[in-house]
Design a protein around this ligand. Structure first.
Ligand code: ADP
Ligand code: NA
Length: 325
């Protein structure tokens, strides 16, 4: 039995990348482990958010976690800002971090480059808050997408640094990559990851997209003129991304997929990818519609916050004692 923690930001509508890279793995591990799953709204505010929309998306994201199969009897589901220890330990982790190492994070460089001269400091200190999220629960494993590898490295560094300076308080967590680290790329710029914060909505499959839109988006996905369904990230990134998606939703290997489409055109292949994606997303969408308006959702989140707080406060107390706070 291990302790598992992960979070997703309520910063936009969830994508197929979020589901295949992260959410789907959350539900797989919930049966045999002690799991904490968080809607990380304090990470979302590292860039400006509309308050009403943020509140609404927080609730919607919680409903999506449940619709995707998360069982609140088996896993603790909660909202980050409702457990104050996250921000409290986040500050302490910030004091342990070096500006240089934070500036080297690729996600920071990427997001900061879009903000001109007014780079929010929270973008820089995102990793110490993420470290706090994870370390508060004495987490063993963190199911996240491949894009979070660098943030997991710094989380481990910060935990080790703390333990060295103040004594053994934190468990050192490990990344848990699902399905060999599925990484879903943008349908229009397949060298870039599919992201819910991408402004190009035709490049992104959202979990709540209707079947028609999914089909249209996949049909229009950028490919190449090779006309061969072959997994080759460098020469055929668009087709490789569609192979990766089909592989993740059907559990077939890249080789099996290549063999199945040998001599067939992209049209047939794309139709099958769309059908496979739709058949995975439709049941989630149906459950989501039932859950999102249900007051039971609030009860689940309140109970989750209470359970998370009980666990987090034990670690935080140890941190304070170790540091003389
Ligand atoms: P986003 O970048 O879409 O805003 P988050 O940063 O909130 O997503 O990440 C939520 C989880 O989804 C993380 O575990 C992240 O690794 C995973 N994830 C995000 N985008 C992808 C993707 N394109 N492919 C695979 N996993 C992804
Ligand atoms: Na993000």
């Amino acid at each position: 039995m291990s302790i598992i923690f992960s979070g997703i930001q309520p910063s936009g509508n969830l994508t197929l990348g979020n589901y295949l890279g992260a959410l789907r793995n959350f539900t797989k591990v919930q049966h045999d482990n002690e799991c904490y799953y968080c809607v990380v709204n304090q990470h979302a505010i590292t860039v400006p958010q509309d308050p009403k929309l943020l509140h609404q998306r927080t609730r919607e994201l919680a409903a999506i976690y449940l619709a995707a199969g998360l069982d609140p009897e088996k896993a603790t589901l909660f909202v980050q800002s409702e457990v104050p220890e996250h921000a409290q330990l986040g500050w302490i982790m910030t004091t342990l971090s070096y500006v240089g190492e934070l500036e080297r994070m690729t996600q920071y460089k990427d997001k900061a480059s879009k903000r001109g001269d007014s780079i929010p400091a929270g973008l820089l200190t995102y990793p110490p808050l993420m470290a706090a999220d994870i370390l508060l629960y004495q987490t063993n494993y963190v199911p996240v997408g491949d894009d979070q590898k660098q943030h997991m490295e710094i989380t481990r560094d910060l935990a080790q640094r703390f333990n060295r300076l103040y004594g053994e308080v934190f468990t050192i967590p490990q990344i848990l990559l699902g399905h060999d680290g599925t990484r879903v790329m943008s349908l229009q710029e397949p060298t870039k990851k599919m992201s819910k914060s991408d402004d190009n909505t035709t490049a992104t499959i959202y979990l709540l997209d209707n079947p028609k839109d999914i089909e249209k988006k996949i049909k229009r996905a950028q490919t190449d003129s090779e006309n061969t369904v072959r997994y080759d990230i460098d020469c055929q990134p668009g087709i490789s991304n569609l192979i990766e998606i089909l592989s993740a939703v059907t559990d077939k290997t890249h080789e099996e997929i290549e063999a199945a489409y040998a001599g067939k055109g992209y049209g047939v292949f794309k139709k099958d990818v769309a059908d496979a994606v739709i058949s995975v997303l439709e049941p989630i969408q149906n459950r989501y519609q039932e859950l999102v308006g249900d007051p039971e959702l609030d009860r689940i989140l309140d109970a989750g916050a209470a359970k998370a707080h009980a666990k987090a406060s034990v670690t935080y107390e140890k941190v304070c004692q170790a540091m003389g706070l």
